[in-house]
Design a protein around this ligand. Structure first.
Ligand code: F0G
Length: 353
């Protein structure tokens, strides 16, 4: 069967009415990949929810399809969002599909190349500000209150409704909820959406509840530090956020699930970023790898029991941010003449090593 997309597949779990347009780019139904090599090394059962397999390459498609469908249903002709990149790519794509306008406000110079290319290609109106995500979000919240444009950041409740479907999929793919769900935390919408999803599914299907382990980047760890960060900084630009909008919901997810929200350093994020690609063949963007970095960190601290079923959410595709990848690897490619003998000699050397 051709996958129908989230709104059709999860109709009865979502605020979908007869008037809701059947918007879809076939989002959702992403793979849960068993990370067998890391699992063996750590003595746990580690899986990755590969959200980079969504149509625009991140989990944002789940929330955006719902938010844009509801905006169109309400008669809106344009949407607006602040973004560190992925939200803007998703907003632009779904607006294009729905035939409405997308306006995005982004921090200048702090959005990964692939995401910017996407917003441009999907035809969004792009505004860059000399400010960070938090400032951009304040701006678009105010603008959406005074102008006829729908805000599609995760403070729009339809976003979390769409995003909660990832928790349903994890339960179905694993047969039950995992023991631990590890997830990057930026604006804190996704951890809140997953927890909502796990709770709703458990109520309907007795699928169990995981401990929620959220991970912020150290230079942007407002929840961990208990105070907003005025000038957040991290290599993981997607989660370069100093005042998460869903702060309270994230703390509730942590506390109700007996979980934790901790921080991981840029060094830990980059180590997980390369390790994941090299040992598992999975290329996820740096912010996504905060979940893997967090699993490694907490495993070292003894906070993940042997044999535990752990799902790490890989929120975005590695191709989004080629510059960080190339900067991190720092290996020159080998340039040889167009001569088979010379190429063969070189390759023989590699194979025999
Ligand atoms: N991972 C990626 C790849 C993201 O793009 C984001 C958020 C997060 C994790 C954190 O999710 O905000 O729900 O806690 N990106 C937003 C954006 C802020 O504008 O694309 P969160």
């Amino acid at each position: 069967m051709n996958w129908p997309g989230l709104l059709a597949n999860y109709k009865e779990y979502l605020p979908v009415t007869d008037e809701t347009p059947a918007l879809t780019l076939q989002e959702g139904n992403t793979p849960l990949v068993h990370l067998s090599n890391l699992s063996r090394e750590l003595g746990i059962e580690l899986h990755a929810k590969v959200e980079g397999a969504n149509p625009t390459g991140s989990f944002k498609d789940r929330g955006m399809v719902m938010a844009v469908a509801k905006a169109v249903e309400a008669g809106s002709k344009s949407i607006i969002c602040a973004s560190t990149g992925n939200t803007s790519a998703a907003a632009a794509a779904y607006a294009a599909k729905a035939g409405i306008k997308a306006i995005i406000v982004i921090p200048k110079g702090k959005v990964a190349l692939g995401k910017l290319a996407q917003a441009m290609m999907y035809g969004a109106e792009i505004v860059e500000i000399e400010g960070n995500f938090d400032e951009a979000l304040n701006m678009v919240r105010a603008i959406s209150e005074s102008s006829p444009v729908t805000l599609v950041n995760s403070v729009n409740p339809y976003r979390l409704e769409g995003q909660k479907t990832a928790a349903f999929e994890v339960c179905d793919q694993l047969g039950q909820a995992p023991d631990i769900l590890a997830i990057p935390v930026g604006n804190a919408g996704n951890i809140s959406a997953y927890w909502k999803g796990f709770k709703e599914y458990h109520e309907m299907k007795q699928s169990g509840l995981p401990k929620m382990y959220g991970f912020e980047a150290e230079g942007a760890a407002a929840i961990v530090q208990g105070k907003p960060i005025a000038e957040p900084e991290t290599v993981a630009t997607a989660i370069r956020i100093g005042n998460p909008a869903s702060w309270q919901l994230a703390e509730a997810a942590r506390d109700e699930s007996n979980g934790m929200i901790q921080s991981v350093s840029d060094a830990e994020i980059l180590e997980a970023f390369t390790l994941l690609a090299k040992t598992e063949g999975v290329f996820a963007e740096p912010a996504s790898c905060a979940s893997i970095a967090g699993v490694l960190q907490q495993h070292k601290k003894g906070n993940i029991p042997q044999g535990a079923k752990v799902v790490a959410v890989l929120t975005g595709n590695g191709l989004k941010d080629p510059q960080t990848a190339i900067g991190e690897i720092n290996i020159d490619t080998t340039v040889l003449p167009n001569n088979e003998d010379q190429v063969l000699d070189y390759i023989k050397g590699i194979i025999s090593n």
